[in-house]
Ligand binder design. Structure first.
Ligand code: NAD
Length: 253
């Protein structure tokens, strides 16, 4: 049985991934801002360093897998948090755990989004990929929340693709899932909003497979990508979205 690190495991998709890995008999170390073995704010550099130190202490010999799942949505009031949690909270932990993943021949699944190919801002994307957190935060605060969110997930996916070959040569597989609309505490807030609720329900009804995603759908995909059955799957972005991306961008492949 393996030892896995997971961020954002307190609720929603992360909680389903935790339950799935536990059911397979693995040990799962969760980092979250609440209800976790390691409590840390991944939106701050200090919180990330503390999380890394605690993870390293709990798994000194290596990690069989890592899923950086913690994230904040487009509608949060402080949009500067979007790149800090979604991008830097994932990438800095990945880089800080690299040697432990190499030691155990681990696998990584990043959590992108099917909104990642949508509109964003090129300077904002470049700031994240250039590791310039202050600039990314400043730019995120000045653009629409949806752009800030989509950009954080696009940059994260690009980071994954840019590092796939190098990490694979060290024995670590990087992959990502791109969830579509999934019912979690994150989406419940907008679904129940008197202003946006009707539009969200219309959006849900447009999902080709006929229902919104559930956290367990994402956990199943993550479990596959982490498993030996996915041993030759490397650098992939698996859309888990009931066909929404294919419907919206049929020829963009
Ligand atoms: P959620 O709000 O239920 O879970 C997010 C988790 O991240 C929570 O446990 C929360 O406490 C944690 N978190 C938030 N800020 C943090 C911080 N600063 N430090 C540490 N932990 C923090 O949301 P969810 O819908 O389960 O989302 C999980 C992931 O899936 C996110 O990365 C999200 O962007 C992504 N995603 C969700 C959807 C969807 O429709 N729900 C779609 C695409 C992608």
């Amino acid at each position: 049985m393996g030892i896995y690190a997971l961020t954002g495991g307190a609720t929603g998709i992360g909680a389903a991934i935790r339950a799935r890995l536990l059911a397979e008999g693995h040990r799962v170390i969760v980092v979250d801002i609440k209800d976790a073995e390691i409590i840390a704010d991944l939106g701050t550099p200090g919180g990330r360093l503390a999380a890394l130190a605690a993870l390293r202490a709990l798994a000194p010999e290596g990690l069989d897998g890592f899923v950086p799942c913690a994230g904040v949505a487009s509608h949060i009031p402080d949009r500067a948090l979007i790149p800090s949690v979604n991008y830097f909270g994932s990438v800095e932990l990945l880089e800080g755990l690299r040697d432990l993943l190499v030691a155990a021949g681990g696998a990584v699944v990043l959590i992108s989004s099917n909104s990642a190919p949508g509109p964003s801002d090129d300077n904002y994307l470049e700031a994240m990929l250039a590791n310039d957190e202050p600039r990314a935060r400043e730019l995120a605060a000045g653009i629409a929340g949806q752009w800030a969110y989509a950009g954080s997930k696009r940059a994260l996916t690009r980071w994954m693709r840019r590092h796939t070959a190098e990490w694979a040569r060290e024995g670590v597989r990087l992959n990502a899932i791109a969830p579509g609309y999934t019912q979690t505490p994150m989406t419940a807030a907008v679904e129940n909003d008197p202003t946006y609720g009707a539009a969200i329900r219309k959006f849900m009804a447009s999902i080709p497979i006929g229902r919104p995603g559930q956290p367990g759908d994402m956990a199943d995909a993550v479990a596959f990508l982490l498993s030996p059955q996915a041993g030759f799957v490397c650098g992939s972005v698996l859309f888990v979205d009931g066909g929404h991306d294919a419907m919206q961008r049929p020829d963009l492949f």
